[in-house]
Design a protein around this ligand. Structure first.
Ligand code: CA
Length: 234
């Protein structure tokens, strides 16, 4: 996967060699573009931090306290999402970090797959917020969806969409032109905790084609990529 296709840019600030190596390898493998720093001073540069989609911030750093760094970032007006990497059982620190504007936290030792799922969720939320702020109407060819009311202008006239349908359309719009495996769609739109069969996606696609394709039997927007998943073309 090239940098241009990266799932997001991650700034990792962690002094522990083993944890840093594991996190960097795993996130890179999952398509993230990771930059690893071992000192807290990396988080003191506003414009540098703002180049990233998410910051993974260790609390016990050789030159700084992660919670103090978080406070500094927020007071400088940096809104980049921050996930704190906390020591086991330190509830006070967690609460303090969340109060100061951390977006999430993970307790060490953590599962790297859980970390990547959390990172993905944070980036998705941030993109969703930006998206909703910039345009509440999502165009789909000659049709469209109002993301606030979930009312859609479709081939069959005005249709009220469900929250999941709207989430899935937003997901496709964010990944326009890219082939998305079914497992990724499930993980991002339905989350890890809920069991949903991959068939569920197929049912949504059938409905999307009926609503948003000029000829549902011959789709040009919601395209099946055999053996993989789907690709959306506006
Ligand atoms: Ca540390």
């Amino acid at each position: 996967m090239t940098v241009g296709e990266a799932q997001g840019r991650v700034l990792l600030i962690e002094d522990e060699e083993l944890i840093g190596t594991l996190v960097e390898l795993n996130l890179a493998q999952e398509g993230f573009d990771v930059e690893w720093h071992k000192l807290g001073e990396a988080a003191r540069n506003k414009s540098f931090v703002e180049e990233f989609d998410v910051v993974l911030l260790d609390i016990m750093l050789p030159d700084a306290d992660g919670v103090d760094l978080l406070r500094e970032l927020r007071s400088m007006g940096v809104r980049t999402p921050v996930l704190m990497l906390t020591a086991k059982g330190d509830t006070d620190t967690k609460i303090r970090a969340l109060d100061l504007g951390a977006d999430d936290y993970l307790t060490k030792p953590f599962d790297v797959h859980e970390l990547s799922a959390r990172v993905r969720a944070i980036i998705r939320r941030a993109q969703g917020e930006r998206h909703t702020a910039s345009a509440e109407r999502l165009p789909i060819g000659p049709y469209s969806v109002n993301l606030q009311t979930r009312m859609a202008e479709t081939r069959e006239g005005e249709v009220q969409l469900s929250e999941k349908e709207t989430d899935l359309l937003e997901f496709f719009a964010r990944h326009e032109g890219k082939t998305m495996p079914r497992a990724d769609i499930l993980e991002e739109v339905w989350g890890m905790e809920v069991y949903v069969s991959q068939r569920t996606i197929d049912n949504f696609i059938v409905r999307f084609r009926r609503l948003f394709e000029d000829d549902p039997e011959n789709p040009h927007r919601f395209i099946t990529v055999r053996g993989v998943g789907y690709r959306y073309e506006r």
